[in-house]
Design a protein around this ligand. Structure first.
Ligand code: ATR
Length: 494
């Protein structure tokens, strides 16, 4: 990370005491602590500002600016903070802050612009206008990423600005990569709350994650990027699991959440970011096919990919789902000749059925929409039965490949408990780790297998395709179970 990129820890506490405590406990990696004064209900400014510690940035957003201050109180509060000697002062572009911007006081000014609804069409024009007002102040432009390509516009803006003069990134789920890459692109600062602290803007990445997971201080021009493409992607475990593994092996890759609703939206990122591989999830596992130059056997048979490798400009598609889907079963029993009942006929079911057939299992499909089950049966060589036949149906293993029971609908289950008759029940849902189906199957004496095993197996196979290195399975398992990464050991800078 360029030395000039300030790390600003954002505090959005609602009481003076809480903010004072948080300030005194600021992350050692923060250079500056931003105090969102407008969010404190019982503000005792003297008490807060008398705390000794990191340089302070005083910020007061009015209600029109997405904050909590009455416009009438805002300027007075900023002025008092300035007089009390804060080191940085946030002023809002377009407000009547001219007097504060150019006035007395040694605080470094930051002239900021926030758009919580979108990214203006002409960012360069906005920047020019702000620069004219800003004088010596840092300019900060933060907008909501409506489309994935807004990231590229933010990158281009940063690259065109004088070094150290502009802070810029995008908010929202689609903006997350810009929070991680902004220092590389030349942003003069990054903003992050501590983990578990109140958020003050959408898409914030905790400071601990920026450093311990994304190793933001060691991203350089040679860093290769990976990511998970999907919609929505906010709750994906993949960035956590892959970055933990990359960090454990000290590999100079970073794995980003890349949210895009359509392939058309994503294509500019594919060609312009330094991506060397992708995990692909819903809804793009099939829609990405026309954009690929080659497919492996598994992807071709299943008609969907979950992994893409980019070598120069050639895109190769793979599917690690089938192999990963059967791995948790195969490690417990032989599948040759075993009888599996599979619920579902979507993409996940298709990969699983192919994996099971490949292992020599006999598969019976059940699906809410019978025609989809029949189609999958026909193309895979399995058989299908009507949903009603599931009652008391005994196979060696019952597999749930529907989305029923997945968070947030964790109280749902695809089959009534009394229908479960198979001795092994496997649910490929990994969130929650134990679904209602598994809980009920366990209570009926079945052996149960949760989806985290499959998740880690497919991620490990992807990791090996991405990096050519053996995946650190233990690390990936622990990350999938929610263990936080520890700070990377201080290593020689590359
Ligand atoms: P994926 O690619 O993750 O499998 P999908 O193609 O949308 O996603 O498939 C979801 C599967 O869950 C389908 O088998 C779907 O059944 P339909 O084919 O009838 O849509 C199944 N599913 C989703 N909601 C369901 C519900 N409430 N009850 C039963 N099955 C359901």
């Amino acid at each position: 990370m360029p030395a000039r990129c300030l790390v600003i820890q954002v505090l959005a506490c609602d009481t003076t005491d809480a903010m004072r405590r948080a300030y005194l406990a600021a992350d050692p990696r923060a250079d500056v602590v931003e105090l969102r004064l407008d969010l404190v209900r019982n503000l005792d400014l003297d008490r807060l500002l008398s705390a000794r510690g990191k340089p302070k940035l005083a910020t007061v957003r009015s209600r029109q600016q997405g904050g909590g201050a009455r416009p009438a109180d805002r300027e007075a509060l900023l002025r008092r903070a300035l007089e009390a000697g804060v080191e940085y002062l946030d002023l809002e572009f377009g407000e009547h802050d001219q007097a504060l911007l150019k006035g007395q006081g040694r605080a470094r000014r930051i002239l900021s612009y926030h758009d919580f609804n979108g990214t203006p069409a002409d960012l360069q024009a906005l920047h020019r206008e702000m620069r004219q007002d800003a004088g010596e102040a840092l300019v900060k432009i933060v907008t909501f990423a409506d489309a994935a390509s807004d990231l590229l516009r933010m990158r281009d803006l940063l690259r065109s600005a004088a070094p150290g003069s502009l802070v810029a990134f995008c908010m929202g789920a689609k903006g997350i990569p810009s929070r991680i890459l902004a220092p590389l692109w030349g942003s003069a600062a990054l903003y992050a709350p501590a983990r578990g602290a109140a958020d003050s803007a959408p898409g914030q990445v905790p400071l601990e994650d920026l450093f311990d997971l994304y190793r933001v201080d060691r991203i350089g021009p040679g860093t290769r990027l990976l990511g998970v493409l999907g919609f929505p992607i906010g709750h994906s475990l993949s960035p956590r699991v892959h970055n933990a593994a990359l960090g454990a092996l000290d590999l100079d890759y970073r794995y980003l959440p890349l949210e895009a609703r359509t392939m058309a939206e994503f294509l500019p990122l594919l060609s312009e970011l330094r991506l060397s591989g992708l995990s692909v999830t819903l809804p793009h596992k099939e829609t990405i096919l026309p954009h690929l130059d080659a497919l492996d056997d598994s992807a071709r048979r299943i008609g969907a990919v979950n992994t893409v490798i980019k070598i120069w400009n050639r895109l190769e598609g793979f599917n690690t789902d089938a192999e990963a889907g059967v791995a948790p079963l195969r490690s417990r029993r032989t599948l040759q000749g075993a009888h599996a009942a599979v619920l579902g006929a979507g993409g996940a079911a298709r990969a699983l059925v192919h994996g099971l057939m490949q292992e020599g299992a006999r598969v019976t499909l059940f699906n809410r929409t019978p025609s989809r089950a029949r189609d999958l049966a026909r193309s895979s060589g399995a058989r299908s039965l009507p949903w009603s036949r599931l009652r008391g149906f005994r196979a060696d293993v019952l597999v749930n490949a529907t989305s029923v029971g997945m968070a947030p609908d964790i109280d749902r289950t695809p089959v009534p408990a009394s229908w479960i008759a198979s001795p092994v029940v496997y649910d490929i849902i990994y969130n929650p780790a134990e679904t209602r189906l598994l809980r009920e199957a366990r209570a009926r004496g079945a052996e149960v297998i949760g989806g985290l095993e499959m998740f880690v197996a497919q991620a490990a196979a992807q990791f090996e395709l991405f990096t050519g290195r053996a995946a650190p399975l233990e690390v990936m398992h622990r990350a999938a179970q929610g263990e936080q990464p520890s700070p990377p050991a201080r290593r020689r800078r590359r």
